[in-house]
Design a protein around this ligand. Structure first.
Ligand code: NDP
Length: 281
């Protein structure tokens, strides 16, 4: 039976380290969170970010713009935050209203304050192995893999899902540790090749958003399985991996909920504290 990789416990250790770093700074780190319109999808994230900020002694500012704001208005506001010396990190809460181009808005952030690691300058840092800020979910996945104690050198690492916040950055983060990396996506599934890739994965990361896409019997004996997916099925939250069958084969597996999720906010705060450290000179 697999050992559970519980994000909550690991997050506590990460937070302990962050608290010490905050105490060693000359400034109190401050995070500006920008919401546009009703944005009900972001409410639970904002709550957990505000709670973590309070626990860690960092400032959390919530800025709300009206849903009628134009893209120029929003970009203008982001530039104000860029120029505000009391702000060390910025988060643009998703989703934005449909007419707004998220990329245009997020690319207007000062990369030094982009603690979600979505600006092209930070993406380039991941590719070149010099990242200042790693996207929080991918960062949480790396922390969980590290908690398993596995040495990634030469391991078969398979990622399912190629989004820019999870799958794509993970390719480079795992490659940096000299794992042999394969990335699967809808094309892999439609070509009927997903199962073959999963069966040889020594480290498997799944970030799709389809309940039970990955069958437990496909999991390689002794694998490390990180399930990023969040799906609501009959009122319950489940991941993308068929958990009960997978835990019988894996050596380590993340529960859903309680795996990746609790760790992402801790990684965001780690990025914020790093931003403050760099900005204080
Ligand atoms: P996206 O929708 O951006 O990406 C999903 C990816 O899965 C795409 O690359 C898509 O490929 C691929 N995909 C879709 N169907 C299949 C299939 N049948 N077989 C293989 N690949 C497939 O999602 P995100 O990366 O934003 O999120 C993924 C999941 O992770 C969601 O459930 C989300 O809720 C969860 N999540 C959890 C977080 C946490 O903190 N725990 C944080 C962020 C996300 P294509 O685009 O080519 O169709």
């Amino acid at each position: 039976m697999a050992i559970l990789l519980e994000g909550r416990h690991i997050a506590e250790k990460v937070k302990e380290d962050i608290r010490l770093k905050v105490l060693s700074l000359k400034i109190r780190p401050s995070l500006a969170s920008l919401m546009v319109g009703d944005n009900s999808g972001a409410v639970s994230y904002v709550k957990s970010q505000a709670k973590a900020a309070e626990e860690l002694g960092v400032e959390y500012q919530i800025h709300k713009l009206s849903s009628s704001s134009s893209q120029e208005d929003i970009i203008g506001f982001v530039r104000k935050l860029n120029n505000d010396k009391s702000v060390n990190g910025i988060i643009i809460q998703n989703p934005l209203p449909e007419k707004i181009d998220y990329k245009a808005v997020s690319f207007s952030m000062d990369p030094e304050k982009d603690i979600e690691g979505v600006h092209p300058a930070n993406i380039a840092g991941i590719i070149t192995g010099r990242a200042k800020f790693i996207p929080c979910t991918a960062y949480a996945v790396m922390e969980l893999i590290s908690a398993s104690g596995i040495n990634l050198y030469g391991k078969e690492a398979v990622i399912v899902g190629h989004s820019s916040i999870v799958g794509k950055p993970l390719v480079f983060l795992l490659l940096d540790k000299l794992a042999t990396v394969t990335i699967c996506h809808i094309g892999t599934s439609q070509a009927g090749k997903l199962e073959d890739h999963i069966r040889r994965a020594e480290v498997l990361v799944v970030a799709v958003g389809k309940a039970n896409l990955i069958k437990g019997e496909w999991i390689k004996e002794g694998a490390v399985v990180i399930d990023v997916g969040i799906n609501r099925v009959n009122g319950k939250i489940v991941g993308d991996v068929e958990f009960s069958a997978a835990e019988k084969k894996a050596a380590f597996i993340t529960p859903v909920p309680g795996g990746v999720g609790p760790l992402t906010v801790a990684m965001l705060m780690r990025n914020l504290v790093e931003a403050a450290r760099l900005q204080q000179g």
